[in-house]
Design a protein around this ligand. Sequence first.
Ligand SMILES: Cc1cc2nc3c(=O)[nH]c(=O)nc-3n(C[C@H](O)[C@H](O)[C@H](O)COP(=O)(O)OP(=O)(O)OC[C@H]3O[C@@H](n4cnc5c(N)ncnc54)[C@H](O)[C@@H]3O)c2cc1C
Length: 436
Amino acid sequence: MLSRSLLNSDTQLNQRSYYEASVQRPPALAPLQGSVQADVLVVGGGFAGLSAALELAQRGLSVVLLEADRIGAGASGRNGGQAIVGYASGQGPFENQLGAPDAQRAWDLSVQAVELIGERIATHGIDCDWQRGYLYVAESERKARALRHEYEDHSRRGVACEWVEGGDVGRFIHSPRYVAAFRENTSGHLHPLKYALGLARAAQAAGVRIFEHSAVTGLRRGSTLVARTAQGQVQAKFGVLAGNCMLPEYGPQVAPEIAPRIMPVGTYIIGSAPLEPALCERLIPGNAAVCDNNFVLDYFRFSADRRMLFGGRVSYTTRTPADLQGVMARRMAQVFPELAGVPVEYVWGGFVDISMNRAPDFGRLGDNLYYLQGFSGHGVALTGLAGQLVAEAVAGQAGRFDLYARLQHRPFPGGALLRTPSLALGMLWYRMMDAL
Ligand SMILES: Cc1cc2nc3c(=O)[nH]c(=O)nc-3n(C[C@H](O)[C@H](O)[C@H](O)COP(=O)(O)OP(=O)(O)OC[C@H]3O[C@@H](n4cnc5c(N)ncnc54)[C@H](O)[C@@H]3O)c2cc1C
């Protein structure tokens, strides 16, 4: 069974993420007990579920949100915090399946998704260290050519970017590793757990009833949905499934049709000790979040208290890689030799829900049950928009939601038992390609 911390139980490492260590959580909300009714049931207390719940309540619907653990305990409270325009898949699946005009609409929605973060922070007074600035980097001439296409695509689609190569890369990042880069100021980064807790407060203020430690273990469908938890049940006219990898132990009971379309992939982050302000300014002038364009990518940034949060290294076998901290610290030192030997105070991981083509997988099961999944490691911004779209759809304005629902998705080959090993094999290929 998957463990969401992803860290082996015998590890000496600090299993709490930097984010958990740097927030004061409110007391736990009581688990669901007995029978309650609502217009809409939302399953999952990550960004997607919280956003949907908030938007639904703002439209005057009564909403119950059930979370198996604590708010933000899944990917939303443990990610790289990078809120990025565009999609993990690139524009390919949108253009191929929906045509150019709707592909451009999808792009514009991804930009709106980032803007929505700023709006919510302002409207609900969420203090989550939101900082604009994003840097895309390439570590070889071959990767630089691909990055140049990405830069041109961003520019053509209306996101202002600046391209640099060779010695000019040092204007944006002080690393011997990169030969080209482009920077834009629409995307940015934030403290994801502070943001998730802020969304939960906003949702509660709008009337959402949230129950923690209330995993949905079964869902009866029909004109009235009935969700069961260990000690209670919810009856609702509509449902929104926003469980990310939907905890593998429950996914097949709750939504067997969509579970095979998602692969849980582990990804990891280390957090250094706080660094000197002058060093941070030298390493990443302008304090952008950074991501390379390898298939197995490195993504990193500084926290507000100047720790290097360095992410990367994936696991397709659901097992924590050996010597995780050492491997990642060495990788960080290859990018920033000045950080060799800097103490690593945190290491943690989580699961991203990738779809086969890396495009988001949103849709409906029957008339009244919606699902949001397949953010494919690109969900910090897109989840917020997805929640808004699902609320529009439930409230009877399905237009923008159906743009995504028209995308076709395939299951991973091999079913539940074989999809992880076959993906692991596939990944070996991509890692070889990264190395070329
Ligand atoms: C280490 C890491 C780094 C990442 N970095 C980035 C990044 O920098 N930028 C980016 O855009 N994306 C990133 N991502 C991806 C991003 O975090 C996710 O796409 C996003 O948080 C997904 O939000 P969600 O609400 O769909 O899922 P989650 O946040 O995982 O929330 C789902 C919730 O549903 C609950 N749940 C599941 N099953 C049930 C059930 N049966 N009953 C009740 N509750 C249930 C879970 O407990 C969980 O809290 C990263 C992910 C990880 C793990």
